[in-house]
Design a protein around this ligand. Structure first.
Ligand SMILES: [Zn+2]
Length: 282
């Protein structure tokens, strides 16, 4: 079961809506990384399949502010072969169709912000025919992420869809940023590294409430423990450290948090819990 539409008014004319751009499946052991199976097994009994994979939603956010409209993440998109679709068990509406079903016109997006450039976050920039999915948008990822994404290290080659990224490289790098930056009043990115070299978090502040999207540092409810990181994290010590810092801020300031791949309870808040945090869905 997938979460229904969710949206929130953050105050001051800033409104956030969750748009799920389909689902796919990933190996459970890889998602839990260093965590022993005996600790996570019972958390996923309902969703694990015969191939030991978990159901991963492709959670995207549309942020409407008085200064412009922002899309956070683009999912896997339309440009996948039947073979890849089957291999990843990719199902549901890609981002453009999902936005349209939610009443949002992709042509009105001013900024597309991605936490990082892995295939399941940057796959939706182009339509099936190769046209820009968000023709007037500036693309915002970290410059360091564009640099590492096209590296020739074989692990990097396996993590990114490099032929697709080359097609959007010029469009994407025009809008690249370094470090922490306010993109529009109330919409900021913070470089985190960890999961990938140029991974970034996105924080949206209205007059009443703030909301954070921690990308794949906050994938699922159990990600609230800074030490529960995936085997896909290229810089695990950085992930643990930055999660501890950002989650402490999110808990202290009562930010809403949207998880990147949680299918059922994607929005909640973080609460300190012993030497970790707990994710409480709203
Ligand atoms: Zn991901």
């Amino acid at each position: 079961m997938l979460a229904g539409d969710w949206s929130a008014d953050l105050g001051g004319g800033t409104h956030v809506s969750l748009v799920q751009a389909g689902t796919f499946r990933s190996d459970a052991g890889a998602l839990f990384g260093p965590v022993p199976r005996i600790l996570w097994d019972r958390l996923v009994t309902d969703e694990i399949d015969q191939e030991h994979r978990l159901l991963q939603a492709l959670n995207c956010l549309v942020v409407e502010t008085p200064a412009g409209r922002v899309l956070i993440e683009t999912g896997i998109g339309e440009r996948v072969t039947d073979k890849v679709r089957e291999m990843r068990r990719y199902e549901g509406r890609p981002i453009v169709a999902a936005m349209e079903a939610g009443g949002f016109e992709p042509g009105t997006v001013d900024l597309v912000v991605m936490s990082h450039l892995h295939f399941d976050h940057a796959g939706g920039l182009l339509r099936a025919d190769g046209a820009k999915a968000f023709p007037r948008a500036r693309i915002v990822a970290q410059r360091a992420e564009w640099e590492i994404a096209l590296d020739d290290n074989s692990r990097i080659v396996a993590s990114y869809d490099q032929p697709e990224l080359r097609l959007v490289h010029e469009w994407g790098t025009e809008g690249a940023v370094d470090g922490e930056r306010e993109l529009l009043p109330g919409v900021s990115v913070i470089r985190t590294g960890g999961h990938s070299k140029g991974h970034q978090a996105i924080v949206v502040r209205g007059t009443n409430q703030a909301l954070a999207f921690f990308g794949d540092l906050g994938m699922r409810p159990w990600s609230a423990n800074p030490r529960w990181i995936t085997a896909f994290d290229d810089f695990p010590l950085d992930s643990v450290e930055v999660k501890g810092e950002l989650f402490a801020r999110a808990a202290a300031e009562q930010w809403l948090v949207t998880l990147s791949h949680e299918p059922v309870t994607p929005v909640g808040r973080l609460t300190p819990d012993r030497d970790r945090f707990r994710f409480d869905p709203v």
